[in-house]
Ligand binder design. Structure first.
Ligand SMILES: CC(C)(COP(=O)(O)OP(=O)(O)OC[C@H]1O[C@@H](n2cnc3c(N)ncnc32)[C@H](O)[C@@H]1OP(=O)(O)O)[C@@H](O)C(=O)NCCC(=O)NCCS
Length: 321
């Protein structure tokens, strides 16, 4: 099928919720957009062993939007609701249609979703070196703050006492989700990532590692593992982790990282991957001491221009990609 002429068709751009029938093409556009921006020789090979589109749509179809040009998909965007905090991405537009306001048309209803959810602060992760990306998001009130590092290390077999969410019975899982919510709320009021825990469980994307100290939850990590997840082949990706603030936070963070590495070793995943905002300076330095190295650096942009939970005392791992 030949592409309609972009300038002729622009008045026909409509934004609508993503449908199941859009998934394959949305994923192709996601790959080709990033692959083209990054100058890959075969753009469609970008992230071939990782999955965002199918899994995020399944997790919350209401939060997935597509741009449609006369029945042809031109781009998509996803919003994520973490209780009092929201972020968006991956946002991708078919390269033939770049610089014709499609991203902005997708971002307007994305901001409406945040409004509807009543989130207090919002953010995103983007390319720190791209004037286009920074300029685009500034138009929507997002401001660049600290870098976020995507880090990794080789998995070495570890011993660590931890509990797996998947091993809990129904009632215990509900209690555990309440404990996770309470823990993240103690770091940032209303922060709630239980949708990620459920999604990992239901879609079989990996595992949630739990560190209990008696009756109280000290730390947890939501991990994706392997192909067809956000981790990619042979990787264990810590999508979100948090440690309860307090005098034992450093030890518990180490315990949690060991628990994640033990999980990876058990499943045969060879590399640990985790993202951390560099203003979470204590956690970042502890990752460096633990052998993690920076692979990719991006920038966190915040709306409003305030730190949210990207603070030196927050032992949180995530990257808002
Ligand atoms: C990034 C991407 C989604 C943008 O989509 P797009 O449809 O081309 O973007 P739009 O046309 O809506 O907006 C472009 C805006 O960038 C901004 N911009 C571009 N160059 C700029 C510069 N040098 N300085 C400041 N702002 C600039 C402008 O605000 C411009 O809008 P304007 O012309 O109305 O002022 C698209 O290029 C893409 O898919 N890239 C590859 C994947 C990717 O990087 N995704 C985002 C990851 S965070």
């Amino acid at each position: 099928m030949s592409l309609p002429s972009p300038t002729a068709e622009l008045s026909n751009v409509s934004i609508r919720p993503m449908q199941e029938a859009d998934l394959v093409e949305a994923r192709r556009i996601f790959r080709v957009a990033f692959g083209t921006f990054l100058g890959m020789p075969d753009p469609e090979a970008f992230g071939a062993d990782r999955e965002y589109i199918f899994t995020r749509w399944r997790a919350n179809p209401e939060a997935a939007l597509v741009a449609d040009v006369k029945g042809m998909l031109a781009g998509s965007n996803f919003a994520t609701n973490w209780g009092s905090f929201g972020f968006f991405g991956p946002l991708t537009v078919r390269p033939e249609y770049w610089n014709q306001h499609i991203a902005q048309k997708l971002l307007d209803p994305t901001m409406d979703l945040f409004e509807k959810w009543g989130v207090r602060e919002t953010g995103l992760y983007t390319f720190a070196h791209s004037p286009k990306h920074i300029g685009l998001y500034q138009k929507f009130g997002f401001w660049p703050r600290f870098l976020t590092a995507i880090m990794s290390k080789v998995v070495i077999g570890r011993e660590a006492a931890s509990i797996k969410y998947s091993a809990l019975k129904g009632g215990d899982q509900d209690q555990c989700l309440r404990a996770c919510r309470e823990l993240t709320g103690s770091i940032y009021d209303g922060l709630d990532v239980t949708s990620e825990i459920r999604s990992v469980q239901v879609q079989k994307l990996g595992e949630t590692v739990l560190i209990w100290g008696g009756d109280s939850l000290d730390a947890f990590a939501v991990c994706h593992g392997g192909e067809g997840t956000e981790a990619g082949r042979n990787n264990c990706y810590i999508k979100f982790a948090a440690v309860r603030p307090g005098p034992r936070v450093v030890d518990e963070f180490e315990h949690l990282l060991d628990g994640c590495e033990a999980l990876a070793a058990e499943r045969g995943w060879q590399r640990m991957v985790a993202g951390v905002n560099l203003n979470r300076s204590q956690a970042y330095r502890q990752l460096l001491r633990g052998g993690f190295r920076n692979d990719i650096l991006g920038v966190a942009m915040h709306r409003p221009d305030s730190p949210a939970y990207n603070r030196p005392d927050a032992f949180v791992l995530d990257d808002w990609r």
